[in-house]
Design a protein around this ligand. Sequence first.
Ligand code: F6R
Ligand code: MG
Ligand code: MG
Length: 364
Amino acid sequence: MRITLSVIKADVGGYVGHSDSHPDVLAKAGDCLSRAKKEGLLVDYHVTKCGDDLELIMTHQQGEDSEKIHKLAWDTFVGCTEVAKKLKLHGAGQDLLSDAFSGNVKGMGPGLSEVEIEERGAETLIVLMADKTSSGAWNMPLYKMFADPFNTIGLVIASNMHAGFDFEVHDVKEHKKITFRAPEEIYDMLVFIGAPSRYMIKAVYHRETKEIAAVSSTQRLALIAGRYVGKDDPVCIVRSQGKFPAVGEILEPFAAPILVEGWMRGSHMGPLMPVSIHDSTPSRFDGPPRVVAVGFQLSGGKLIGPRDMFADKSFNLARHQANEMADLMRRHGPFEPHRLPLEEMEYTTMPEVTKKLEERFTDL
Ligand code: F6R
Ligand code: MG
Ligand code: MG
């Protein structure tokens, strides 16, 4: 059975500040998608949140880039924005960059990760969602899942994974893409994906079967809008088990928290802390950045789940370490490497201050 999984997300208003989502907004999204399911447009759906981001997880048979599905998501965000406005939630409708829908949510503000697949005998899926960070945050975890044998032992001992995976990498600045073969080209690939603010892993494919294994959202709101409009809190769909990494191999990279871009005003480096959905409430200095993971088994397109994967106690130490790292970074206050490097501050007050002081800079 061909089935498409669309994960479409937007921040349509935060409660309180940018720290969480309001239950009424989630309920409104549930109403909209429930209607679409009754009408037969959706096979199934699950509405959830990661911090202030509203996450629509939908299955259907309309294929990728379907105008009907994208319009459904857009209309849902518009409806939820009305609820957010009524409650005067913070930044109501902030990710809807246009007043009118024009056929596809790409480039309009919401984040999107979509994949059309042939449902396997047992189709295990993990949906990763993060808040207070950006798409490049998936680079190292995806690399570890699909190219690092110290993380994924299946690459060594599972005959159906031993051939490796192809990585599609996007240059979001130049709007170019390239595909790297792992393991042969990992050194070339790391030159690029080690700079995750510009080069982002968009998708991963099984080398032998060419089947898609993972797909991420690579929108960068700042680049879309030309000014700072918040980080594009990313999502990523990963297929699991069989010829793909096991659930534990997908979650393992998050057991060792890394520093990612985002956090306060989208302008800082901070640890990516794996948490349960319930704990995706970035509060300390508007963070630190969070990642949640929900797992499903697909059955005829029905989403059997979710299981809240990072609720597991085995991630307690990672959370503790992430909080220690947060403390260490906070010590730097407005200094790098806590604050982002100059190039990344382009969309903040940096250009204004530079312009204001232009005259006062004299030659050395
Ligand atoms: C970061 C984020 C927050 C806000 C900050 C200021 O992604 O969402 O840290 O940048 O709370 O928010 P505004 O400008 O909406 O008052
Ligand atoms: Mg927000
Ligand atoms: Mg957010």
